[in-house]
Ligand binder design. Structure first.
Ligand SMILES: [Fe+2]
Length: 277
């Protein structure tokens, strides 16, 4: 993993909000200012498309994705294509690992196994190779950022962090934590600000990261929110002002659910989208 990823002239940097405009340019990670972070797309193309459209107004310099591009939804290939078109800064989620054959999921319940098997069949050879090559984490030292799917400790275990006691369990590892760790996995929007002895949960949608604390930020889910808000989640972080912002956008749930029903996947994978659980 290199931290030298993207380069673009300064006048371009502030003059365009086109997602993915960093893709084939070379600049230093230190030039990142406006970052768009998203996670847990789960094959929901309609939600991902709505999030990408919303990012158009955000003047994003680079995108980071915390994993689970596939699983649950009806459009895994299209979602991998779209994510790959805007960023290569993606980490492996547990559903990605299962579809890529990197994890035993024989103990999952029938419907969950069925959709993972189906997604493995649906992916193109190239998209499957991409999925298999995703790392468990990515680190950006100049920005103080780490990206992973679940807990930053024992990443291959994909442990959840959505409650204060789970954040407390990270305190023995405080020195090794990055300034900010962006995660997904729980599909919930959560923030924990840590010192070496304390954990504070922050409930604001927009806040400034303080110097001297380390943050675990769970960025919510694009394609399967679970907080009874059925809108897709996406987030922004400004490395200069250190301001972070949780955002939501409505999308075409009807179409997304219809595709799941037509594919004869577990109907609940479609039904739950309407209520956001
Ligand atoms: Fe997920």
């Amino acid at each position: 993993m290199t931290s030298v990823l993207v380069a673009e002239p300064q006048e371009e940097k502030y003059g365009s909000s086109r997602p993915g405009r960093n893709k084939n340019l070379e600049v230093c990670e230190a030039n990142w200012m406006r970052i768009g972070i998203f996670s847990d797309i789960h094959g929901n193309l309609e939600a991902l498309s709505a999030v990408m459209a919303a990012f158009e107004t955000e003047k994003i310099d680079t995108f980071l994705c915390c994993g689970d591009v596939v699983g649950y939804g009806a459009s895994p290939n299209e979602c991998v294509d779209l994510v790959r078109s805007v960023t290569e800064e993606v980490v492996l989620g547990n559903h990605d690992a299962a579809v890529a054959g990197l994890m035993d999921y024989s103990y999952y319940y029938d419907a969950a196994r069925k959709v993972l098997d189906l997604h493995a069949e649906m992916l193109t050879v190239d998209n499957m190779a991409w999925l298999k090559a995703l790392p468990y984490n990515r680190r950006y030292p100049d920005s103080g950022i780490k990206l992973c799917h679940g807990s930053p400790v024992n990443e291959k275990e994909f442990e959840y962090i959505f409650a204060p006691e789970q954040a407390y369990a990270l305190l023995p590892y405080y020195e090794a934590l990055d300034q900010v760790t962006f995660i997904g996995h729980s599909h919930l929007c959560r923030v924990f600000a840590l010192t070496d002895t304390t954990v504070e949960e922050i409930s604001h949608k927009r806040f400034v990261l303080e110097q001297g604390r380390k943050y675990i930020i769970s960025v919510g889910s694009v394609g399967q929110p679970r907080d009874y808000d059925n809108r897709a989640s996406y987030t922004t972080y400004d490395t200069e002002t250190r301001q972070f912002h949780f955002k939501r956008v409505e999308y075409d749930i009807e179409t997304s659910a219809s595709k799941i029903f037509e594919a004869q996947l577990e109907r609940n994978f479609g039904n739950r989208l309407f209520i956001g659980v």
